[in-house]
Unconditional design. Sequence first.
Length: 374
Amino acid sequence: MSKYLNNLIQYETIFRYNIINPSRSKNLLTPHKYNIQLLKKTEFDIFYSRYYKYPILVQETITKLTGKTDPNETYIDRRLIEDPFHEDLEIPEKYRHTLDDYKKYMKYGGSMGHNAPAGQHKTNMKIFTETFALSNITPQEMVFNSGLWALMENWCKFLPRNNQLDNIMVFTGSIPSEVYTSFDGMRMNVPKEMFKIVVFEMPYYKPNTTFMEILIGKNKPFYVDPKISNFNLEYFILSPQYYTKFQRETGIDLLSLLEYYGYKSNKVRQFHKLISMFIPLSPMLQMLMKKSNWFGYLIYAKSLEDLEIKWSEVQEMENEFETLEYHRQFYEFTKQRLIDGRIALSLSPSIKRKLSSRSLKRYSKKLNTKKYSK
């Protein structure tokens, strides 16, 4: 049993920052507004926001067994399994998004972004399937999700290779946007940034010390050069001078978070100068980055003609990519979006006059592809 289960700290205290510092909490998020529901899955904890309908924070422990299948279980090869996305029935229906909601979001370049990655929870099929519950999913821009975010996930997965590190945990979360966006009539709060709080101990180097860094990225397209051999994640480390701002925006009290999960909070240090922040780009990761970039070239095509040119180029890579299933999906989403945009622009003057200025503005905004361009 994990040591944090024995403490008496209530999980609500993790999200109390703006209550502890009321003078700084004006117009910011509070635990009451988050309406947090704790979901304890087999290998990870989900702090789910009923208000935003996605996780605010997800905790997972990283070990040398992370990503491996129990030898007594059937090996899990994701390429041979249809992704089992499903709604989490532990959450009341009115507090959750649906698969149809995410399908509408994907039409505009979004994706269903895992917090606890599926590839890191393959102990058995039950645990693997838990990662596909929508309670573990966040609205995430597709290029970011399949590119930079995937590199952050893999870097975390490789941490146990360093024998000096002990008690490794990763806390993945989101900073909600100040506004909601309408996707074909469905309102969704798409986080403006996503982060990973990486924590561990180094008992043989500095006992009684907690090491922590926060990796953070904007939830928008980021293109990684697939030809490079190493990628430096140090550029995405949040400087401690911004911790106060981070806590204000998330409501997370970092010291309370550490204490809840059994870490010492009186001596916390950064670790980016002690271990490498580079992730080697293996041929597999280089290919992943190339696929990610091509998602973007399709999603952000400026016209139907441009889209068809890009799609023809992607089709020439089918053998290299092994499958174009997901690229085809985003090609079709983008094509429909661009067609809808043309329809909006071609509305006759007589129809425009019949629409009130307010409804026309709302209708045009909904179909405006410029909002989703690079």
